[in-house]
Unconditional design. Structure first.
Length: 130
């Protein structure tokens, strides 16, 4: 599926800012940014959430952060997540107030099986293993 077919099929009904984000994926400038990001193992995301009753797309408010934990996604206050920075690995960022800040994080746990002489590896929190 190309971005053109995905955009043409999925863009109707999006809030204006999210529709603009979808349309931007067609621009030469954004395609070049994506090419350059890809060289670093990065991509482009569209920070969003959904209305709990209707499922409609919504902008992700500054005061909320998407949190993936136990193979589920939920939304938590940004201030709450940043107070527990050691628990979370940032996986998506947005540009706000002149700096990159996380918009999505994965909850992590320390690998208890790591040898003592090695730094304990972090693993994604999994519902049945952690």
């Amino acid at each position: 599926m190309t971005t053109a077919t995905a955009t043409q099929r999925n863009a109707p009904g999006l809030p204006p800012a999210l529709g603009a984000a979808q349309a931007a994926m067609q621009s030469t400038e954004v395609q070049e940014m994506l090419r350059r990001l890809s060289a670093h193992g990065l991509g482009i995301c569209m920070p969003h959430m959904h209305d709990e009753e209707t499922g409609e797309f919504q902008l992700l408010p500054d005061q909320l952060m998407q949190v993936e934990a136990g193979l589920e996604v939920r939304f938590q206050p940004t201030a709450e997540v940043t107070k527990q920075a050691g628990r979370f690995l940032p996986v998506a960022w947005v540009w706000r107030d002149g700096t990159a800040i996380p918009s999505t994080v994965c909850e992590m746990v320390q690998d208890k099986d790591a040898p003592d002489d090695e730094a304990a590896a972090v693993k994604h929190k999994h519902p049945t293993r952690n």
